[in-house]
Design a protein around this ligand. Structure first.
Ligand code: AMP
Ligand code: ZN
Length: 483
């Protein structure tokens, strides 16, 4: 299996540290608001990665942090604790805010068939480990204290930019304003490991005792502490969106590797952005869409999952309501076709030689695609081709029960990766179902004019009927959701 490693900028053969299990760390959400569908795109990519590793036979120990203590989450931030701000705005406690949006996040990933990571770890439950890491860095001369914070001293870590391959100067823009202004800081790029509740942060709600006084952890610390606390160091794979390469992951590497003189993770995988109106979707940009918006417009969350699978994870993906509509149509049609394919016709096997060669070629190609740095769009295209070819054979000479059973196993195996509930019947609106049934009755009673009128009515609701020896074949022609 090959994966593109940001560290080496190359596709590499994946060699796990342990024989049977893979340690996978995926940076999680900051729970002061809903995750937007750009964030969710990254989590879907990570889910596909996990499923691909499982298909290869590994047990995946997946760890995801939940950032439930504020920090800044983007370069544009003025350093305000976002969870505390949301708490003030909504008149709730910081804990309530974190709990509310953590639950919303868990609901979203469930609706998108994203497997729940084995370890979901709120940062506030790992404060001791974070403090120990800061202490280790101070003891080893990689960190220093000022009146307002403890900083990582990047001058002591020569390989600081190995992940980003950026010039150090470029990183300056990524550093928080008030941090740059701390006159005791040695280097503008030094980043905070621990903030003291003094000055600007005097009234910070969430704070803990530490050897450096009351305070709270810096932005990057939790990921270093939680990942190696559960998976060991080094562990296999660390992932996130590309925005994390230059600062967050660069700083995680600096902290962990300076502390323990060994790599943090062997493979670093990064997902490209979801774009909307030619701009990156972002929480601070106010151009974001959340899963609830998608559901409110009548779309199936899995149609969004399907949309994300049409682009490779390292390519940008454009979101628009029209794209989503097209994805929903393609997805529903695929499922409708699968329903026909899984309806047995003959007692005897039909076209067995062709059936065998089509399904075997598909399985070989599908596996090769996903194991080649998760080429999911190609795998999905192979699935469409298979279904179309099998369907036309099936309609001309129906397959047997046994063949259909085999087909169902082939589809279930593909769906173990894609996570699209492919073999479940699609949700056709009750009204359409009733009209289809009425039309069948009219045909049985040879009332062809009425049957034709019903077909037209069904057409206005976005579904087309094609009569086949296996019964009426329903096709989606336009999306019902109103956009
Ligand atoms: P955050 O809550 O901002 O830490 O983001 C959670 C995850 O979503 C991180 O892995 C980010 O890199 C990723 N992410 C943020 N914005 C986007 C976007 N527009 N498209 C894809 N992934 C994103
Ligand atoms: Zn992280």
């Amino acid at each position: 299996m090959k994966l593109y490693n940001t560290l080496t900028r190359r596709k590499e053969v994946f060699q796990p540290i342990h024989k049977r299990w893979v340690g996978l760390y995926t940076c999680g959400p900051t729970v002061y608001n809903y995750a937007h569908i750009g964030n969710l795109r990254t989590y879907i990519f990570e889910d596909i990665l996990q499923r691909t590793l499982e298909e290869k036979g590994y047990t995946v120990k997946r760890v995801m942090n939940i950032t439930d203590v504020g920090h800044l989450t983007s370069d544009a931030d003025a350093g305000e604790d976002k969870i505390e701000r949301a708490a003030k705005e909504e008149g709730k406690s910081a804990e309530d805010i974190a709990r509310f949006y953590t639950n919303a996040f868990l609901r979203d990933i469930k609706a998108l068939n994203i497997k729940k990571p084995k370890y979901i770890e709120p940062a506030t439950r790992h404060i001791k480990k974070q403090i120990a890491l800061v202490q280790q860095l101070i003891d080893k001369g990689h960190a220093y204290q000022t009146n307002s914070a403890v900083y990582f001293d990047i001058a002591t870590f020569p390989n600081y930019t190995k992940l980003s391959r950026q010039l150090l100067e470029a990183q300056r823009i990524g550093v928080r304003d008030e941090v740059v202004r701390d006159p005791e800081k040695r280097n503008p790029q030094d980043f905070a490991l621990w903030f003291k509740t003094v000055g600007k942060f005097k009234h910070h709600l969430m704070h803990w005792q530490s050897p450096w006084g009351e305070g709270f952890p810096g932005w990057h610390l939790e990921c270093s502490a939680i990942s190696t606390g559960i998976l060991g160091q080094p562990f296999d794979i660390h992932t996130g969106g590309i925005d994390h390469i230059n600062i967050h992951h660069t700083n995680e590497i600096a902290q962990s590797e300076a502390a323990y003189d060994k790599p943090l993770a062997n493979y670093w995988l990064h997902a490209a952005f979801l774009i909307i109106n030619d701009d990156r979707m972002g929480k601070s940009k106010k151009n974001f869409v959340i899963l609830k918006d998608i559901q409110a417009r009548g779309f199936d969350p899995l149609a969004y999952r399907y949309l994300t699978l049409t682009a490779h994870y390292r390519s940008m993906l454009n979101f628009s309501w029209d794209n989503l509509k097209a994805a929903q149509n393609a997805y529903e049609n695929l499922k409708l076709k699968i329903q026909i394919v899984l309806t047995p016709g003959n007692k005897k096997d039909a076209n067995e030689k062709k059936f065998k060669s089509l399904t075997e070629t598909f399985q070989k190609d599908f596996t090769a695609y996903i194991r080649n740095d998760l080429q999911v769009p190609q795998a999905l295209a192979a699935l469409h081709t298979l279904i179309d070819e099998i369907l036309s054979l099936h309609i001309s000479k129906p397959f047997s029960k046994k063949q259909v059973k085999r087909m169902s196993l082939v589809l279930k195996a593909a769906d173990a990766i894609l996570g699209l509930n492919l073999t479940e019947s699609p949700t056709i609106p009750e009204e359409v179902k009733k009209l289809i049934e009425e039309r069948e009755q009219s045909r049985v009673h040879q009332q062809f004019m009425q049957a034709d009128a019903l077909r037209k009515k069904i057409r206005t609701l976005g579904y087309e009927i094609e009569d086949t020896p296996l019964g009426p074949f329903i096709k989606k022609v336009s999306s019902t959701p109103n956009t």
